[in-house]
Ligand binder design. Sequence first.
Ligand SMILES: [Zn+2]
Length: 187
Amino acid sequence: MALENCPSCGKAHSSLSGSIPVSMPTEAAKLPLEQRGERLWSNGELCVIDDERFYLYGSIEILIHEHSESFLWGAWVEITEEKFFWYQDLLDAEGRENHPSFEAILATDIPFYPLTIGLPLAVYIRPNGQRPLFRLQAGSHPLILDQHEGVPVKRVEEFRTWFLSLQRPAARVQGKLLQDVSQASKR
Ligand SMILES: [Zn+2]
């Protein structure tokens, strides 16, 4: 992959924008494979466990210092049943981004950080076809600080290098899910 000089900082580095996807909430990834058919429902944007826990997929946007692009962590948040069905009805609605933001709890354990599950945030609905953005509430957790203050290019390159390493066949033996593998980066 050829590196081109970046128009923002003038240095040679790989593309910074885009997102690192996550297939399901961490709680869902813990379910034994043989139970998932019965207990788990997901269409990639919405997910339900046992008809009683409700999740929504979106992105945590991290600004990159000196750059106009941002980096996105794909993430799941847990929402109330009421909000879940309300959002489902909005999926194809025009102007849905005009609805006010609402509260949710992070349900993905983001790699590179101390435990991130349970962090409170606001969900911002975006226009039809775009995933919601999650804005973490103020606090001292390193992920919150990164979202509020942005990160240097070097940090984003670490995230991307880690993600690319997961794409190698050796990292996918036995059909391991990204969510399971992501725990490895914390050790
Ligand atoms: Zn740059």
